[in-house]
Write a protein that binds this ligand. Structure first.
Ligand code: IMP
Ligand code: MG
Length: 181
């Protein structure tokens, strides 16, 4: 489906719908194999990971449970610690549970580094990350995601949950955003 933007923004498809869907299916199979016999607890990081989560869990023939967390990074550029604010915390405890964080993109790693430390302190049985996208060239913190959908170059991407100023989350593709200046 062609996408019409009102704002003189050009979107170039980087990963098309079929490629996304195939990769999500593969990740689902891999996760299902690795977590066989467990009660996997998935934590979706809002809002960017919601579309990915919705597709991923339908590829998981496991007994799973879900929770949601919303984070915001401090806009203040003096804040180089990568500390993030928890805007919405989990509804239930993760103590003793097998937890998988589902995130849209691993960029500098500051967000997930903070989140991993904060969730590890709540004593889960296991704690891993599944990120749809990763930009390895941007990494500041050495965060390891057990599952990564696609490694992408240092470009700003939107679609399939990822936004620019809250727009473009509804694209079925992952597209590079270019501004027409
Ligand atoms: P990090 O802390 O630098 O790893 O930032 C991760 C967060 O930045 C993601 O959860 C996204 O919300 C946002 N982000 C990073 N790169 C992009 C992008 O290319 N498009 C949209 N959001 C992005
Ligand atoms: Mg995000």
């Amino acid at each position: 489906m062609a996408y019409t933007s009102n704002h003189g923004v050009q979107l170039e498809v980087l990963i098309d719908e079929q490629q996304v869907q195939e990769r999500v299916k593969e990740l689902g199979q891999q996760i299902a194999q690795d977590y066989q016999g467990t009660n996997l607890h998935l934590i979706c990081i809002l809002k960017g990971a919601c579309i990915f989560l919705a597709d991923l869990i339908r590829c998981l023939p496991l007994e799973i449970s879900l929770d949601f967390m919303a984070l915001s990074s401090y806009a203040n550029s003096l804040h180089t610690s990568g500390e993030v604010k928890i805007v919405k915390d989990l509804d239930s405890t993760i103590q003793g549970r097998d937890v998988l964080i589902v995130e849209d993109i691993l960029d500098t790693g500051l967000t997930l580094d903070y989140l991993m430390r904060s969730l590890q302190a709540r004593s889960p049985k296991s704690l891993n990350i599944c990120a749809l996208l990763s930009k390895p060239s941007r990494r500041i913190k050495d965060v390891r995601a057990t599952y990564i959908g696609f490694e992408i170059p240092d470009e700003f991407v939107v679609g399939y949950g990822l936004d620019f100023a809250e727009k473009y989350r509804n694209l079925s593709t992952i597209s590079v955003m270019k501004k027409n200046e």
